[in-house]
Design a protein around this ligand. Structure first.
Ligand code: BTN
Length: 254
């Protein structure tokens, strides 16, 4: 808390030595009217969850495992873009604190040297005409060394320490993330998605790249055009048609 420079975010912090999942706790708290910006952070999660009900490895004391309840003035259809707002905020915070320049892999992964360093999980609580809460779960590999990753993650996951060679102060990094998250969320509320989209595209750098997108019931390949104003990934298919993808696992080909 001593490093905080936000107006709202992180003013209330619930801290856990160990808990099953900050996301579940934040979800319940949001339903019970937790304030905008309330933060739930754990040293260790025993049942961390990723996208598509995958487990999320949350080693003790090494990463940042946190969920934040935000109550932005947005319409429900604007909620998916909050994942992209969060990604931009996280990259900006990492750059600021460590000088490392990560890239964003649509929709929610932050990568360094082709390996995953951070994942974002967004959940929405909404009425038909307004967002009540967005629960933003952030899982960051910060101070893990090679030995801390289980064998199946070694070739696909990395940490800030592995990339930058230095132990990173996690509370400083959290404060930096909250600062940019609040800044960019306000920017999105006030000025819409275009300024965020520009930042996102500069960090993701996918334009023109060959992309393979694996969805629940089909897999398609095309070249990336960019993201649409509502945060969908747009691909130009080989027959010249354009497809906008809502959710998928993507592979970026060289
Ligand atoms: C992904 O699949 O890439 C998203 C991973 C999100 C993990 C974070 S860690 C804090 C919060 N609590 C959870 O159980 N999951 C999210």
């Amino acid at each position: 808390q001593q490093h905080l420079k936000t107006d709202h975010y992180g003013k209330i912090i619930h801290y856990y030595e160990s808990c099953p999942s900050t996301q579940l706790i934040a979800h319940d708290a949001a339903q019970a009217n937790a304030d905008d910006g309330t933060l739930f952070v754990a040293e260790e999660q025993t049942a961390g969850k990723g996208r598509m009900s995958r487990p999320w490895n949350s080693a003790a004391q090494k990463g940042i495992w946190m969920s934040i309840v935000i109550r932005p003035s947005l319409m429900p259809h604007q909620a998916p873009q909050m994942t992209l707002v969060a990604a931009v905020a996280i990259v900006r915070a990492i750059e600021e604190l460590t000088g490392i320049e990560p890239t964003i892999k649509w929709p929610n992964d932050i990568m360094i040297s082709g390996k995953k360093m951070t994942g974002i999980l967004t959940e929405l609580q909404a009425d038909p005409d307004r967002v009540k809460a967005i629960i933003l779960g952030i899982g960051m590999n910060v101070n893990q060394t090679e030995e801390d990753f289980p064998i199946e993650l070694k070739s696909i996951a990395t940490s800030l320490r592995l990339e930058g060679g230095q132990v990173v102060d996690r509370s400083r990094l959290i404060a930096e993330i909250l600062y940019y998250l609040e800044l960019y969320t306000t920017m999105y509320e006030k000025h819409g998605f275009s300024p965020i989209k520009l930042l996102w595209e500069s960090y993701a750098n996918i334009e023109g790249k060959r992309i393979r997108a694996v969805m629940l019931n089909e897999t398609i390949e095309g070249s990336a055009i960019g993201i649409s104003d509502d945060g969908l990934l747009e691909l130009k298919m080989d027959d010249g048609s354009v497809r906008a993808i809502f959710s998928a696992d993507i592979e970026i080909k060289k």
